[in-house]
Design a protein around this ligand. Structure first.
Ligand code: COA
Ligand code: NAP
Length: 264
């Protein structure tokens, strides 16, 4: 689908936390297709092994909860034992559901913050001494909720805002040997996230296109392309940034204004 050379990531090793389904699995598949040796991790061991089987014959499917530092450290070590030190680490595990603040217990709020934010800290903290440096690339999968106030999403807004700051701080602390960036997908078709956030859609596009500059939901593969670029040498001078792969979703208000003026 792109001009990336088929062997762009040959000789590289990658670990994708939360890479057992959806967008992150798509990223893991693309890394492997471009020659990387890949490990994915999620809570469910059977799901992880099924995912690995879809990625490549030598891909590893590991079971670890990102909320548990020792568990994720152990999974990272297993990946290194099998494939060697890591060049690419993606932190993409997340949890989400729609609920108003008053319909959410403290534990419900904490659960999402723990998976998304503490989980990203844990994955990146635990991988640091297992990286091939210089040149290692870390990518957090964040979301528009990090910068937009979204009703029924107080937990995800707080968690993903924190994820963006983890990216920025680690880029400062770990440069120049390690680059740290984020990808903020917009609504991506066929995902668990959209099945949850757009009830009734089963993760498929609904009548929400007018809020999106490019007038459609994105595809998993389009997010994966950004991940490949970020961990390639082409992005050697890119760190501490969040790339929106969202069709201009965050320009929603501007898009509506343009439509009202007959400009779109
Ligand atoms: N509304 C309000 N509270 C909810 C909720 C909802 N829809 N769903 C779960 N909660 C609450 C639970 O009641 C519990 O709080 P309590 O102890 O006060 O009752 C708390 O959240 C934790 O729930 P639990 O089911 O024990 O958490 P878990 O760790 O097993 O699962 C979730 C985490 C809840 C985020 C679960 O939805 C999940 O595993 N999600 C992963 C997949 C996903 O969300 N993908 C989309 C990514 S964008
Ligand atoms: P998904 O299919 O539900 O993927 C979530 C992954 O994380 C699964 O592999 C899941 O496996 C794992 N996971 C969940 N909790 C975990 C935990 N505590 N420890 C370890 N692994 C855990 O979700 P998705 O919709 O593709 O979303 C992927 C990422 O993109 C998330 O970071 C999300 O916030 C972001 N995003 C998605 C969209 C979208 O349109 N879908 C938009 C913006 C941002 P187990 O259940 O087996 O643990």
């Amino acid at each position: 689908m792109t001009a990336f050379k088929d062997n762009l990531l040959a000789g590289k090793t990658a670990f994708v936390a939360g890479g057992t389904s959806g967008i992150n699995l798509g990223i893991a598949k693309r890394f492997a297709a471009l020659g990387a040796k890949v490990a994915v991790a999620g809570r469910n061991a059977e799901k992880a092994q099924n995912a690995a089987a879809q990625i490549a014959p030598d891909a590893l499917g590991l079971s670890a909860d990102v909320r548990n530092y020792e568990a994720i450290r152990g999974a990272l070590q297993q990946a290194v034992d099998a494939h060697g030190n890591l060049d690419i680490v993606v932190s993409g595990a997340a949890g989400n559901f729609l609920a108003p603040a008053l319909g959410m217990s403290a534990n419900a709020f904490k659960t999402v913050v723990d998976i998304d934010l503490l989980g990203t800290f844990n994955v990146f903290r635990a991988c640091h001494d297992l990286l091939n440096t210089p040149g290692a690339s870390l990518i957090a999968i964040t979301a528009g909720q990090a910068v937009n106030a979204v009703p029924l999403q107080i937990h995800a807004c707080a968690a993903k805002a924190g994820v963006n700051q983890v990216v920025r701080v680690l880029a400062m602390e770990w440069g120049p040997d390690v680059r740290v960036n984020g990808i903020s997908p917009g609504p991506i078709a066929g995902t668990e996230g959209m099945a949850r956030l757009a009830p009734g859609s089963e993760g498929r596009s609904t009548g929400t296109h007018e809020r999106i500059a490019l007038r459609r939901w994105g595809e998993i593969e389009e997010v994966a392309e950004a991940a490949v670029w970020l961990c390639s040498d082409s992005a050697a001078y890119v760190t501490g940034t969040i790339i929106d792969v969202d069709g201009g979703s965050q320009l929603g208000d501007a898009t509506r204004r343009n439509m009202a003026r007959g400009l779109a």
